[in-house]
Design a protein. Structure first.
Length: 197
């Protein structure tokens, strides 16, 4: 099977999944990382930092800090961005797209539970295959799905890959809770983005 044939099969399989946020328009820009001319020290372009709050990217609470109870138990994931303690939204890099979801803590793998707060887990929302947004959800599997070629990630177990062409798990972002909202506890556990980045 050629690579193109493989992608066609994956596309057919994921088409039944539902979308949870920003669509393919976002995907085109994800491959670029920093905006043209971006300065690494610009706080809006820095990766998530310990102490940052997570805010909704989409939906009725867009732009507000996320509380654990804002998220439906058992998924789907919500899309988010980190914001600095000073209120700077770190949207200058598309690699800062995050996904967050809430589960029964008893369903989380030990390593995932250690990074979660109140059952909420956070990961990079950028697929490790070709950097599309992981913005679809499988009700059947209770897993997050990439909207391009169907890579499927188990958010309850370190976002490990269970299906599709992506080479490895999503980067995890350890969380804690402060003032009732989700706050970044540590940096990403690994490189963020697609294979070619
Ligand atoms: S970019 Fe190909 S599966 Fe995500």
């Amino acid at each position: 099977m050629t690579e193109r044939d493989g992608c066609r099969v994956w596309n057919m399989k994921w088409r039944r999944r539902r979308m949870v946020g920003g669509g393919l328009a976002l995907a085109a820009g994800l491959a670029t990382g920093l905006a043209p001319g971006a300065r690494a020290e610009d706080p809006s372009e820095m990766p998530p930092q310990p102490g940052d709050r997570l805010v909704f990217l989409t939906g009725p609470k867009k732009g507000t800090a996320i509380k654990p109870d804002d998220l439906p138990l058992g998924g789907p994931q919500a899309q988010a961005y980190p914001a600095s303690p000073e209120g700077v939204l770190r949207e200058g890099s598309r690699l800062n797209l995050l996904i967050v979801a809430r589960f029964d803590p008893a369903q989380l793998a030990p390593e995932t539970l250690a990074r979660a707060t109140d059952g909420v887990v956070a990961y990079s929302g950028v697929c490790t295959h070709q950097a599309c947004p992981v913005n679809a959800w499988s009700d059947e599997q209770k897993m997050a799905v990439c909207s391009c070629h169907g890579s499927t990630y188990d958010l309850r177990d370190g976002a490990k890959l269970v299906f599709g062409p992506a080479p490895h798990a999503l980067a995890a972002l350890p969380l804690k809770r402060a003032d009732d909202v989700l706050v970044v506890a540590d940096k990403f556990t690994r490189h963020v983005g697609g294979e070619m980045m």
